[in-house]
Design a protein around this ligand. Sequence first.
Ligand code: GH3
Ligand code: MG
Ligand code: MG
Ligand code: MG
Length: 297
Amino acid sequence: MKILIADDDQISRMITKAAVEQSGHECIVAVDGDSAWQLYKEHSPEAVVTDLMMPGLNGLDLCRAIRAGEEDSYTYVILVTSHGSREDVLAGMEAGADDYVTKPLDPFSLHIRLLAAQRITSLHADLARYRSALTEQARTDPLTKLHNRLKLAEDLGKLHTGKDHEYCLAMVDVDNFKSYNDIYGHQAGDAALLAIATTLAGQVRKTDGVYRFGGEEFLLVLRDQQADGARLVMERVRSAVQDLRIEHLGDPDGVLTISAGISAFTDGHRAGTEQLLREADLALYAAKASGRNRVSL
Ligand code: GH3
Ligand code: MG
Ligand code: MG
Ligand code: MG
């Protein structure tokens, strides 16, 4: 582990450092609470061994600052108290410390506590990984591996706080897909959705977003794009799907196609997210009404 030691007394500092190194850990050493806090932010150590009484930021303040700043990580904090008074220990634990040792420091006492520290911090690292995997899973559609509507809502929210962006939304819907399922079966339908999703993702820029909006509907976020540009992009996307040549005898084109409706967020039209989605949906409806396999604004 990378361990931060904080102590204003030079001799104590040397003793603690020697003990920590003897236990096989890497040391960062701070001469008071304030520099400890700076070094903590700079190095993100897995554990902190801190003196309780220090001028400026003391051991309790340091504990509280560490706990207040933690989000995904966890730092194991061991207090070093001069006399191990019950009040000191209680205050330390209440400030967020995990354990304490008393001065004069016994290297073995510290060693066994660092073993516990290692176990706890690695458990927390596992939890953080697990949590971030779950977060991602909750935002991913299992069939297409595209992001889902939950992620779309979050991303649109962020896009809307960045005031100076122009962007377009494109609502995409597969044409006559119900009859595709009826003719070729649900499994073939799933495979077709996957192929179309992959094509959509492959046709846009890395900075754009492609989401599975619902059953056979997808939503594209085309960033830094005005309506004319978005229309060109979507025309290319539409044509790429047609060029997959997935046979569909229930469709006038003989292959699976998509229709798309575009809405634009511009300086002159700073519509809210819901409004933009509604506009894209209306445009999609127009594309369907005028014959399908087309893009509408
Ligand atoms: P339109 O051109 O007007 O969009 O006609 P449509 O038949 O595509 O429209 P409709 O909304 O009636 O049908 C959508 C179909 O998409 C019905 C549903 O069974 C199918 N679908 C939705 N999600 C999935 C899926 O995950 N897998 C499969 N295989 N089919 C799906
Ligand atoms: Mg001190
Ligand atoms: Mg639909
Ligand atoms: Mg459809």
